[in-house]
Design a protein around this ligand. Sequence first.
Ligand SMILES: [Zn+2]
Length: 563
Amino acid sequence: MDHRRYAVNVRSPAMIAAAGILLLSSSACLAAQPAEPISKERIREDVRVLSSDEFEGRGPGQQAESKTLRYLVSQFKAAGLVPGGVQGTWYQEVPLRRFDRGPDVKVSLKQDDGTAVPLKVGEDVTLSSHASGHVSLMDAPLVFVGYGIRAPALGWDSFGAIDLHRKVALVLANDPDFEATPDSPAYGKFEGKAMVYAGRFGAKVAAASAAGAAAVLVIHEDAAASYPWRQVANGDRIAGMELASADGAGSSTVISGWLQRDVAVRMLRNAGLDFAQLKVSARDPKFRPLPLVGVALSADFTVTVHEVTSHNVLARLPGRSRPQETVLYGAHWDANGKGAPTPDGDDIRNGAVDNATGTAELLEVARAFARGKRPARSVLFIAYTAEEKGLLGSQYYASHPLYPLELTAAVINLDPHVMLGRARDIELVGGGRTDLEDDLAHAASAEGLRLEPEPHPEAGWYFRSDHYSFSIRGVPSLSFRIGRDIEDGGLATGTARADDYNVNRYHQTKDEFDPQWTFEGSAQEASVAWRVGLGIANSSRWPAWKPGVEYAVLRAQSDAQRH
Ligand SMILES: [Zn+2]
């Protein structure tokens, strides 16, 4: 909130009464001022509670889900919002399927000389499968398919006419522009440094699966994957999920995973191939798949499938004059839950930053709206489930919306990434897509913050959180996070803190509440979010995609419904 407004509000009844004594100390003045719309102390308290061990890391469908839901509902209710879910409830059920891999996993790589080298799962390789029962692959030949991208519009086809049936697709992380140099034959074709969606792990698995592959292994490199190996390897212990409605019947791929870089380099060397050379060849549009002579993968394990019902939590503030129009705020309540312990014996991935913080900010923005003058449009707050399993809760809502997506003016996502102190900038994730970015720039400047592009667009963050579920359905969406240029130490300190978080805490048991956190950056994040949405909720403008952005086509189909 603008500080000038406090100056006007200073004449509260208490102040006028106090003025009877004529001499007002400045501290008395401060005490009588209205509270800040966003309180870092309330954010702290919500984060502390949600990330405590009692909440067991908020795994969807796990024991502590009901406790998490009750807490969120109690906070929304106390703020004065009404239930926004199905049939007057606070919930939308999200039917899921969980895949539990059995403990006896055998994986080995047969080399050119006929020897089989066992691979350690969770150290050399990660494995997941959406199959059911006994999964077995015997001596499946490996084929190097470059970046594993089929993009006819770009004249790109990593697969060509190869038959990948019963074979393993070996794929590079990221996209051909990631390490391209100006002399690369296709330099700039894949949006330069920023990752395109086809560069994501899931997109590669889908593409290789469509090409018939029985398994997909993506070669892990820290920079290209943007997740350090330790974090990927830790993730191997976490059960995968999909929407129960997902129909995998047509999919040939039974195994997908990451292959640790050194293991891949050694294997390629044994097959007479040079990893660096292969990467260069994969950046050429003329690249064609390369079978690795004599190299084959065997894997054997069991998968038990469980049906799980999880929940999105929805709270609403009906609009004053155009209640059928919606501004949607979202944050995922889930983290990676309770599971296999890490070597230090901790079995709870508390998700204090990711995403107790975003969830706490969502609650705080909801309180700010509920306390203020009722906006023209309705404001919907959704705490999504199962984001960590692949944006499942938001995907479910976006394909089963309770308020029409055609009349959803904007989606604002709260999924911050690092706990930072008070900052001088805010980072826009995946910029250049919608005019909401101008609203964000204004809101940021009103909060005294500079808007900066995200520093690592090659990490593909735009595709990695719940707003993306709405973008692909045409709804203009916005994602941002507090910047690294922090007041206490500047960019160097902020970047060091972000790097430390990424390597040592993100998605791990160490993403735990720290009493030292000031929550200043979180409050800035929430303030900006509140301000952006407030503007749109009181406007009759329909935010739009920028010309040429792929999601604009779908949005245009419902233009007639928006006046
Ligand atoms: Zn997150």
